[in-house]
Design a protein around this ligand. Structure first.
Ligand code: FE2
Length: 384
């Protein structure tokens, strides 16, 4: 939308309509404008936090007048309290909601994401530890790639135990769990979890038995002389897209019914959750994938009449996950790691022989910190 040309009050002051020189229109409700006023009595000048509650605004708030100033700010006076505020036109444009939801189909993707399959393999998103450590632009580009694809590699990291925490500290904070601040992933004589053996693993998201689940995971290589043991990633959002296209009723099954997940492999630990394998926001946005054959508990929240259909959908989802055309594989070298959005991208490991050593460490940084750092860098660069 270009700069506003006219402003008009609608519905006896219930709303404001802005028309730009191209004829494009956006409407804003009076109550919305009052609640989002930018003046210092409504918003803190220091931290931007709102200083009033909705109860401080009269329920019968309406617009008494609205005019376009010479500087293209829009000046407004409210009824019944006579409060006067103004909004920069570009602020209103950035926060416009008129038309939100138009042409959106259930399962629409979060903004700035892009789904992928095996064809991404020649262009695996990657950064260089030394570069992203000292250069904010490089860090922003690496984090933006993680937001877009849900995963990225990082190379030239320190080959030292615990080095993965230095990676997490580039953008945020690690969530500590019963596995510790970080955990070892290598062969053990007496494994408590199949991830610690030499078997291949089906692509999965980690720890769906937690609520909330770990939102990001770093897997960090310290040693990898074993035969095989390549890492693989699969885009759960692309899997969901394919399921929706190839079996729409199956997509609805996995989104509308909850699965159950559990883990009780360690003494003193009994983790359980009840959540869908495909998670949608109330407006239909695809927000999360949970998929882990090892920790799927008996499913008891699907009615008898729907269970056969649910299992058909689950099987179809499995088949798509296992389709080699969906996977991007790479072998991590010491000093390399990859990070996945654990609410979206599934990871897997091919089997390895046990000759030689494979030693990885893993940890769970939180996604909110990553997105906060990315947003800060983009703000510094004037992108948003
Ligand atoms: Fe895992």
């Amino acid at each position: 939308m270009s700069l506003p040309l006219t402003v008009e009050i609608l519905d006896d002051g219930q709303a404001l309509k802005i028309t730009d020189k191209d004829g494009k229109q956006q409407r804003f409700h009076a109550i919305w404008l009052r609640d989002n006023a930018l003046d210092e009595e409504t918003r803190s000048a220091t931290n931007g936090q709102r200083l009033i509650t909705l109860s401080d605004i009269p329920a019968n708030t309406s617009l008494r007048s609205a005019r376009l100033n010479a500087n293209k700010d829009i000046a407004i006076e409210f009824e019944p309290d006579g409060k006067q505020v103004s909004f920069p036109a570009n602020w209103l444009h950035r926060h416009a909601y008129d038309g939100t939801g138009n042409a959106r189909e259930t399962g629409w993707l979060p903004s700035l994401t892009e789904t992928w399959d095996e064809t991404l393999a020649p262009n695996v998103p990657a950064g260089d530890f030394k570069e992203v450590s000292k250069n904010r632009n490089a860090l922003g580009a690496w984090l933006a790639a993680i937001r877009r694809h849900g995963f990225a590699k990082l190379e030239n990291c320190p080959v030292e135990s615990g080095g993965l925490i230095k990676v997490a500290e580039l953008f945020g904070y690690v969530r500590e769990t019963n596995y510790g601040k970080w955990f070892e992933v290598r062969t053990e004589v007496n494994p408590v979890n199949l991830a610690y053996t030499g078997l291949g693993l089906q692509a999965h998201t980690d720890n769906p038995y937690r609520d909330p689940v770990p939102t990001m995971q770093i897997l960090y290589c310290l040693e990898n002389t074993a035969e095989g043991g390549d890492s693989m990633v699969v885009d759960g959002f692309r899997v969901a897209e394919r399921l929706q296209s190839e079996m729409p009723e199956g997509f609805a099954m996995l989104a509308n019914y909850c699965a159950r997940f559990e883990y009780a492999g360690d003494k003193g630990i009994r983790l359980t959750s009840k959540r869908p394998m495909i998670e949608l926001a109330p407006d239909g946005e695809l927000t999360g994938i949970r998929f882990n054959n090892r920790s799927c508990a008996p499913i008891t929240d699907v009615p008898y009449e729907a269970m056969a259909g649910y299992y058909a959908a689950y099987r179809k989802f499995c088949e798509i996950v296992d389709d080699p055309a969906m996977a991007v594989a790479f072998k991590l070298q010491p000093g390399e790691c990859f990070i996945v959005d654990n609410t979206r991208v599934l990871h897997a490991r091919k089997g390895y022989s046990g000759e030689g050593n494979r030693w990885l460490q893993g940890c769970y940084p939180d996604k909110d910190g990553l997105y906060s750092t990315l947003a800060t860098i983009e703000h510094e660069l004037g992108a948003f």
